[in-house]
Design a protein around this ligand. Sequence first.
Ligand code: URA
Length: 447
Amino acid sequence: MNPVEIIVKKRDGKKLTKEEISFLIKSYVDGSLADYQMSAFAMAVYFNGLTDEETSILTFEMINSGETIDLSQISGLKIDKHSTGGVGDKTSMILAPLVASFGIPVPMMSGRGLGHTGGTLDKLESIPGFRVDLEVNEFKKILSEVGFAMMGQTKDICPADKKLYSLRDVTGTVASIPLICASIMGKKIAEGIDGLVLDVKTGSGAFIPEKSETIKLAQGLVRIGELAGKKTIALLTDMSQPLGNYVGNWLEIKECIEILQDGKGAKDLVDLTLALSGAMLLLGKKTDSISEGIELCRKKLESGEPFELFKKSVVAQGGDLSVIEKPDSYPKSKFEFDFVAEKDGFISEFNNYEIGMTAVNLGAGRMKVTDKIEPKAGMIFQKRVGSKVKKGEGIAKVFTELENSIEPAKLRLANSVVISEKQSQKSDLIQNLIDSEGIHEWNDFCK
Ligand code: URA
């Protein structure tokens, strides 16, 4: 087969065969297809899309490019949660121990920050000593002993995705629905799960901000999950402002510790974590409805029991327990400043992409693959959409080690907020539930 002909076929909007997709992926993994050819193919897909059939073929080619994890030795239904990515999105660290405390094994293969979004692995690595580069056997051991385990994608799981994902990150081809579907679902199916809850983000801080497109993404993810025999539920959730109050790797761990102690904290973060956990309990067959699951999870979170499990996982993965027990002992940032309101009024909108990019520039994310993350960098928000502000009042406290990032951050943040005279309506946190039966309004579905 000639790769150029396949690229041209997709460039011209034509449908590819299984053999053609398989050939491209195999030759990309074995190195015979050059990065520039794969980039051209990714861009052709970005503009022309893939049919449902092509997307499924691509997903299974991703899986078959490597190994799959066999978790059949661990009893119980294994349920995971995956988010399409956002700013301040830290639910994993709370819900994994929470759901595991009900006896549901939670195997989590997570990612690093991508573009303006944060990554669970980078957050966990802000705990001194915490290891996410586990071998599969160690991952399984921790999963069976602790009840949940969190690791990065190994070199043997979906190697095609690993290579393609880095290429997409630097070629402007991340925001493609079929490529995101194949990338996420390939890894999740290879992970050995029985069921999956997806947190599909919509709004200015999401990779796909437009709601109608987000729905298509959620439908695509659910369709592939079900095709692979995994019960899959997607929640469509708001990412038009940071989730919770803290943004930045260690700061986000700190916010999780606060909530894990007694279930109290930023309402949006707690509510979303409980909704996702409730859905995981349903898939794990511990409840008959999500609402029942939410109530069980609320009580459990308030009891502090999941925090004990979280601490156990920190020890199992090599992390320093003393900072978890005394978060205030964590080193302080060199520079700190206030992001203040430029006038009186109500915050009617944040540009959450700009907030995410500010965090990256402060040192909380990477601009190049080789960049080192500064775990202390980030922001603590004191105001949310709908908050009343006075000129000069703080909207967020900002932390960095990079003195030269301060002035650009002030400018970027000032442009990321809209202050209006009237209080406007804010977006619903959880908007829809999408499953194999269709699209449901969250409020109707989960009374
Ligand atoms: N997360 C993934 O794993 N893949 C994507 O393509 C986007 C987000």
